[in-house]
Design a protein around this ligand. Structure first.
Ligand SMILES: Nc1ncnc2c1ncn2[C@@H]1O[C@H](COP(=O)(O)OP(=O)(O)OP(=O)(O)O)[C@@H](O)[C@H]1O
Ligand SMILES: [Mg+2]
Length: 114
């Protein structure tokens, strides 16, 4: 998955409120495992009130993106801002407060598992 893939999808999202507060901002995110570069220089903004769905073939990096945002996976490059705070720059206390505002339903807990 590349920056272009997501930028293209976002451009199609007519009526996006780009003046609204970004609750998640990802810049130049690169994540890989050995020689397998899964996300390369990915940019993404999600705004308050917005619902964004990721659609992609199996193994293209949807879960890796989510797990990296949650800091469950390390990144090689890039920055992640949640609710205006740069994750790497906040204190441990602020980090816990931020984490408490995030909710995640992991894939294996989905309503319709196969
Ligand atoms: N912990 C890991 N170690 C090594 N490789 C990994 C790890 N997690 C994911 N990968 C690899 O990263 C790539 C993207 O996987 P990911 O799970 O993000 O795909 P996905 O888009 O969520 O697929 P699906 O639609 O099946 O859920 C795959 O090539 C996968 O093998
Ligand atoms: Mg997945």
């Amino acid at each position: 998955m590349s920056a272009d893939d997501i930028a293209e999808g976002q451009q199609r999202g007519e009526g996006r409120r780009t003046d609204a507060e970004a609750v998640l901002s990802v810049r130049d995110l690169t994540v890989g495992f050995g020689s397998n570069i899964v996300l390369e220089k990915l940019n993404l903004d999600i705004y308050r009130g917005e619902i964004l769905g990721f659609v992609g073939a199996s193994g293209t990096g949807k879960s890796v993106l989510m797990r990296t945002v949650l800091r469950l996976l390390p990144r090689r490059a890039g920055s992640i801002k949640i609710l205006g705070a740069e994750y790497d720059a906040v204190s441990e206390e602020e980090r816990v407060e931020l984490d408490m505002r995030l909710g995640v339903l992991f894939q294996h807990g989905a309503l319709f598992p196969r």
